[in-house]
Design a binder for this molecule. Structure first.
Ligand SMILES: Cc1cc2nc3c(=O)[nH]c(=O)nc-3n(C[C@H](O)[C@H](O)[C@H](O)COP(=O)(O)OP(=O)(O)OC[C@H]3O[C@@H](n4cnc5c(N)ncnc54)[C@H](O)[C@@H]3O)c2cc1C
Length: 278
């Protein structure tokens, strides 16, 4: 029976700039290969393993640890992108009305993320949500007449949706001073400003979360991230089957990125063919 492949499957052979001896698993087939040790690979791999624990997964990271790039705590704002405060998810249409479609979609996606994290807590994989998530109100703040009118229209449109029904709106200087006092320093009641508040916003430490997800993958599912592995290119070889059923490597269209890639590729092909017993 074919293995179920819930996401995407790379029945793969690819090459990395590594000594083959250090790369024991390089000639194996995997159901799923994730390039990069950030929150995305961690989430995908963990979702896949939760659904189908027998899946074989390989994760490759070019740096010497996971969660060092965008998923590192200091490299993102940590709002969780729930569309509570991000104005770009509610563009103004030509007729002046507000398009809420994207905001509803993003809100929904973040709710699903929270459900997944809750599932991991219920399973005992994460001891406490305080490790990585806290309640922090999300504010949007704008200045000037045009922007203030836009924010008010956005508020009117969103508050109709139950997810945003607790949104608060103000043009009042004193309320804003209460909401975010530092930002009101050196401003006066004459300034035209507006703001919204969503009490149920979150602050997410994606760095901590990402590391925790990889820890779960390692401890519970025996999936280890292979660090210091720079994937140069991914090739999709085509296989044809000869009459006796033997696999034959038919073709790869590579793009070279390194001077020594050709010899590396030759070695790679040799290893592929050895693996396939050609
Ligand atoms: C300034 C900023 C603010 C943000 N604010 C928010 C926010 O408030 N809320 C929110 O939800 N999101 C926010 N984001 C977005 C969020 O941080 C990213 O969407 C998320 O971290 C992306 O995760 P990732 O796993 O795709 O990428 P990363 O965490 O960047 O992981 C990618 C990994 O791939 C590795 N890699 C790359 N190429 C190769 C290769 N060839 N071989 C091997 N490894 C490779 C990298 O070294 C890296 O470790 C923000 C992003 C930025 C930059």
């Amino acid at each position: 029976m074919l293995k179920a492949r819930p996401f995407f499957v790379l029945k793969y052979y690819f090459y990395v700039n590594l000594d083959f001896n250090k790369c024991m698993d390089i000639n194996k087939d995997y159901d799923l290969i994730c390039v990069g040790g950030g929150i995305m690979s961690a989430t995908l791999a963990l979702l896949a393993k939760s659904i189908q624990p027998e899946l074989s997964i390989l994760i490759l990271e070019r740096l010497d640890d996971v969660a060092q790039e965008s998923s590192a705590a200091w490299n993102n704002a940590g709002t969780g992108h729930s569309a509570l405060c991000e104005l770009n998810y509610t563009p103004e249409k030509e007729d002046g009305s507000i398009n809420c479609t994207k905001a509803l979609q993003i809100f929904n996606q973040f709710e699903i993320s929270k459900q997944f994290w809750s599932f991991l807590i219920q399973k005992g994989f994460i001891k406490s949500p305080q490790e990585f998530i806290h309640n922090v109100p999300h504010y949007s703040w704008v200045t000037g007449e045009k922007n203030s009118n836009y924010l008010e229209k956005r508020f009117e449109a969103l508050k109709e949706k139950f997810m945003f029904s607790n949104m608060e709106f103000t043009k009042d200087f004193d309320v804003m001073k209460q909401w975010f006092p530092l930002m009101m320093n050196d401003r006066s009641e004459e300034d035209v400003m507006a703001a919204t508040k969503m009490q149920n916003g979150t602050e997410v430490n994606y760095g901590v979360l990402t590391k925790r997800l990889y820890q779960i993958l390692e401890d519970e599912y025996n999936v280890v991230v292979q660090c210091n592995q720079d994937v140069l290119e991914i090739a999709f070889p085509e296989f044809v089957y000869s009459e006796n059923g033997k696999k034959v490597l038919a073709g790869i269209v590579p793009t070279w990125k390194k001077n020594d890639s050709e010899s590396f590729f030759n070695e790679y092909l040799k290893r592929c063919n050895e693996t396939l017993n050609i």
